[in-house]
Design a protein around this ligand. Structure first.
Ligand code: UGA
Ligand code: MN
Length: 244
């Protein structure tokens, strides 16, 4: 099956560095299609140029987050992930039995190559541990006799699926047979996006544990430090135009 990676991304000084790390990983994965969704009113020059040289099968989408949702404490990238889902459904509307696996790959996380081997065998919805998240070294699904029976987490243990966006994959079949499943702005608190989405397509009992019964961390919720630009000149002082 093809792996479809939906990556929301937005313009900031570290954007190209993040996308470079991600492309360097994805380039080593067979049959991966990158769906890069810019949080912007139009496709940017920077991302267009970057993707053209990335050497990866890709689709370049864009949708701006409405200004009222760009606030601390509100979930991010809702509209961008939904745009990726809509594209996938549209593309497969006449070829409904093609094998595929979807996962949500934020642009700042760190992904091991082993993770892609694990998720490729997803039948419906698979799950695995995520490192450096929830105020702990890792969060993970608790597994007994091959089934998920609970969650090891230090944060909001009341979540029906106490899992980060980087901790699950969904088969294309499930995405196509649940055409109304989307990320919702209304009533979705931060940290509940994953649960609100997963509730629409699966149950805890049905989850398929990966990464040796969820005992190996293969993806890390790394976050990039905000860059220090205090010495940046107000106007372009350099002698030539620089691609950065
Ligand atoms: C955590 C989760 O890991 C995310 O999956 C979740 O979307 C997010 O919380 C949330 O609050 O909604 P965190 O590291 O705090 O992640 O979030 P970011 O990495 O800053 O953003 C998640 C993704 O959305 C990234 O790919 C980022 O590039 C993108 N993003 C972020 C936008 O497209 N627009 C924005 O304004 C901010
Ligand atoms: Mn992040």
């Amino acid at each position: 099956p093809t792996i479809y990676a939906i990556t929301p991304t937005y313009s900031r000084p570290v954007q190209k560095a993040e996308l470079t790390r991600l492309a360097n990983t994805f380039r080593q994965v067979a049959q991966l299609h990158w769906i890069l969704v810019e949080d912007a009113a139009a496709r940017s020059e920077l991302v267009s140029r970057f993707l053209a040289r990335a050497g990866l099968p890709s689709t370049h989408l864009h949708v701006p987050t409405p200004r009222r949702y760009k606030r601390p404490g509100l979930p991010r990238a809702t509209e961008q992930r939904n745009a990726g889902l809509a594209w996938l459904r549209q593309r497969h509307q006449h070829q409904r039995s093609q094998p595929g696996v979807l996962f949500f790959a934020d642009d700042d996380n760190t992904y091991s190559l082993e993770l892609f081997q694990e998720m490729r065998t997803t039948r419906k919805v698979s799950v695995w541990p995520v490192g450096l998240v929830g105020g702990r070294r890792y969060e993970r699904p608790l597994v007994e006799n091959g089934k998920v029976v609970g969650w090891y987490t230090g944060w909001r243990a009341d979540r029906p699926f106490a899992i980060d966006m980087a901790g699950f994959a969904v088969s294309l079949q499930v995405i196509l047979s649940n055409p109304t499943a989307v990320f919702k702005r209304r009533g979705s608190q931060p940290g509940m996006q994953e649960s609100d989405f997963l509730k629409q397509i699966t149950t805890v009992e049905e989850l398929e544990p990966k990464a040796n019964n969820c005992t190996k961390v293969l993806v890390w919720h790394t976050r990039t430090e905000k860059v220090n630009l205090t010495n940046e000149p107000k106007y372009h002082l350099d002698t030539v135009k620089i691609e950065v």
